[in-house]
Design a protein around this ligand. Structure first.
Ligand code: WQD
Length: 341
């Protein structure tokens, strides 16, 4: 029988790509999502790619009773990948309580059930935001965490602490926190991708919407950073490469290959890329022009961050494969697909 994995937030951007990779590797997936930032149609899109429609339960993970009911119903779970969370940095500054409530309570409800129902394995969506603006680049997993710039970022740090402390108290449980850098791109079939609500905050959806004519111009936030071309640097990773890291993390836990019961991995490419280089790469890959202007820095942005991925490469046997051009081309194909609808 195939192994059953709970994927919370499985209809979202990273979640849906991970469900596809899990199914392609023979796992039986159950998704829990409250559809607060995703659409139910994603299930059919996943089925169109893999031939299998994942099981689906719609409820809010902050509802302790419903989480309990779920674990009573699904008794064959071997592992959980916990994506479900609120993730807009700006919104978290306006609504901190909503962020602490959603992101912390959902994790705590799940972990209480992991203990009660003996589901031993957890993979958690963490973020490079836990490093803040590091003193030294690239960042390794040992780079000290810094005080978060936003309530959103703080929830990722606190969730890591909740996991660390709970696993310390419950040595039968195991967990891996994957610290994502900047996930972008879409599945090669263009059937799933990022679906931002309203005006996108993130660079790539804003860029592709601009090229699609939905926005007049992309604003480049700052060209006076201490970087080679003055624009800010990030580590952009293809969402499918990121999704594959989850499959490898799950296999590590299921096969007992973990070296501690709580582990952390940087999931990036190792390449620092500036905003202006993104525009250049997008234009080269797609043949489209990106209308843009330079404006002031965005409040709360750091200057640069990129990963040292040596530990993830060596320990997980995983490495990001896609080039930046390919990744941006996939984002553009996805944008064209959704613009046509
Ligand atoms: C990337 C770069 C911007 C928009 C955030 C969260 C992080 C993670 C991913 C997710 C920056 C510049 C952006 C635009 C621009 N969390 N930019 N014009 O801020 O690195 O990371 O999203 O769920 O925790 O902090 O990503 O895509 O917003 O920005 O010039 O219109 O693009 O200044 O340098 P960021 P981003």
């Amino acid at each position: 029988m195939s192994k059953q994995i709970l994927v919370t937030g499985g209809t979202g951007f990273i979640g849906s790509h991970t469900v596809v990779e899990l199914q392609n590797n023979g796992y039986d997936v159950v998704i829990v999502d409250n559809l607060s930032n995703s659409k139910i149609e994603v299930l059919e899109q996943i089925e169109a790619i893999t031939g299998v429609k994942p099981k689906f339960e719609e409820f809010d993970l902050t509802d302790k009773q419903k989480v309990n009911d779920f674990f009573q119903k699904y008794t064959d779970l071997e592992a959980i990948i916990h994506f479900a969370a609120s993730k807009a940095v700006g919104e978290s500054v306006e609504k901190p309580l909503m962020y602490y409530n959603n992101n912390l309570n959902s994790l705590m409800n799940i972990m209480a059930c992991m203990i009660e129902y003996k589901v031993p394995n957890l993979v958690f969506s963490s973020s490079c935001t836990v490093y803040g603006q590091p003193d030294k680049l690239p960042v390794t997993e040992q780079t000290p965490r810094k005080e978060a710039e936003s309530p959103y970022g703080n929830t990722k740090s606190i969730c890591e602490d909740i996991i660390r402390d709970t696993l310390k108290a419950c040595p039968d449980l195991k967990g891996i926190a994957l610290r994502y850098f900047n996930p972008i791109g879409a599945h090669e079939t263009a059937k799933i991708g990022e679906l931002p609500l309203g005006v996108p905050n993130n660079l790539i959806p804003f860029l592709t919407q601009t090229v699609a004519g939905i926005r007049p111009e992309l604003s480049v936030f700052g060209d006076d950073y201490n970087t080679p071309d003055g624009s800010a640097i990030r580590d952009y990773i293809h969402v499918v490469d990121l999704a594959k890291a989850h499959v490898v993390a799950i296999e590590r836990l299921l096969n007992g290959k973990n070296k501690a019961n709580c582990e952390y991995f940087n999931v990036g490419t190792g390449n620092g890329v500036s905003v202006l280089e993104i525009i250049e790469s997008f234009e080269r890959a797609t043949g489209e022009k990106v209308p843009h202007k330079i404006v002031a820095r965005r409040a709360g942005d750091i200057e640069q961050i990129y990963a040292d991925t040596t530990y993830a490469n060596d320990e997980l046997g995983w490495k990001a494969q896609s080039s930046l051009d390919e990744t941006l081309l996939s984002a553009w194909k996805w944008q064209k697909n959704i613009s046509e609808k």
